[in-house]
Design a protein around this ligand. Sequence first.
Ligand code: ZN
Length: 235
Amino acid sequence: MTQVLCDYLRVWELLRSVTLVPLQPDRFVWEWSADGSYSVSSTYRAFFAGSTLLLGAKKLWRVKAPPRVKLFFWLTLHRRLWTAVRRKRHGLQDSDECALCNQEPETGVTGGHLFLGCVFARQVWFATLRPLQLSSLMLAAEDDDVGVWWLRQRRRVDSASRPLFDSLLLLVAWSLCKERNCRVFRRPHSTVQDVARAAFKEGEDWAMAGFAPMSVLASLWSQNGDVMEHNSRIQ
Ligand SMILES: [Zn+2]
């Protein structure tokens, strides 16, 4: 009852300054456009009223990668990565140690450790970036947010190679996440060499599925031919 009275007084307050003009017909006013007229474009914009911007979302939309991988990375940007620290906090496991390196806690709900800080991950990165002459990008991987790191590092890559780098980022992050899950669910472990080899193979599958940057990547990896050679050296 109190709420009804409050609403009534609120409406009273709002209408107090309104003066009705006799004989003038009512008209509809569309509040989402400046002139009060309805338009489809203003309706579309209204859908996004109050929405917040997600760092990297627009660029991720344009990355050439399978939808399931883009969804995985989108969830990571949304801080939805189930790190060991988070799993421990929710009582799902006893340890917060990273399953890839067994050296540090797996922190960073946006992939800070799993994709950037982990020594195992960094070896996979070097193995996949080196044939593309992009391994220097990993030297500045001190970020705790893979989205921030991605957007900054892609500016260091020439514009023609950015689609390559974008697709590669998703491929390597996806490969690392799969290897982490294998270890968490007690499936057979893979070495750095195996993970890089599997990423290389999956990249070829993406290329065959029509994701153009992967065709270039697969070709560069093959031409340089030292992905596996380098991996064997770092094992
Ligand atoms: Zn680790």
